[in-house]
Design a protein around this ligand. Sequence first.
Ligand code: ADP
Length: 211
Amino acid sequence: MEKIRTILLFGAPGSGKGTQGKMLGTLPGFRHLACGDVFRSIDLNSEVGKVFLKYSSKGELVPDDFTVRLWREHVDKLIHTGAFKPADTVLVLDGIPRNVHQAKMLDQYIDVVKLICLRAVHNREEMVRRLKSRALKENRLDDANEKTIQHRLDVYDKESRPVLDCYPREKRVDVDALQTPIEVAHDILSAILGRTQELHVIEPSAVANTR
Ligand code: ADP
């Protein structure tokens, strides 16, 4: 099977991947798929659902083999039902791959054409604030307490950030996640259209400190 043309949306929990992914998914030619949504669509009383809850409620990553198998089954189903047509649609992935091992496992399925990294340089407080406000709106267990949120941000720094180095630097565009949602959307669309000169540039010195 041909690899699926894919845009990866990358960024810490709270950086706005979900909001922006949903926006992109409404555009013709794009299909948004959030790994966390795949998990949350499962019956939490099923065996699979229980595994998800066990890890996500502690802010831990669900084991890789389990995650990638579930993701793969979900994508296959979308393709077989005609809900997603890879020949004329770009997949917008958010929340996967989340570590280097997952990136390697996904390599056989996806062709990453662009990596959009939502950056909140030196602003963990803002991520925490956004996650807390989401907890109230979306009834998310993993956003409910500060300790779990902080742990998820640590897991992102330690396990997910290195994923950036799995893809060629020229495919990556850094977008300032601290702008308003519509400004972030503007920068993402500019990046997709290749108009990177229109981006609100993040200070290179700030990025250097956060890789
Ligand atoms: P957030 O980006 O705010 O952390 P997600 O909805 O992407 O929220 O993920 C929620 C939880 O689902 C994660 O904390 C993790 O437990 C689990 N999860 C989602 N995607 C993955 C993945 N690719 N690998 C392992 N666990 C995942």
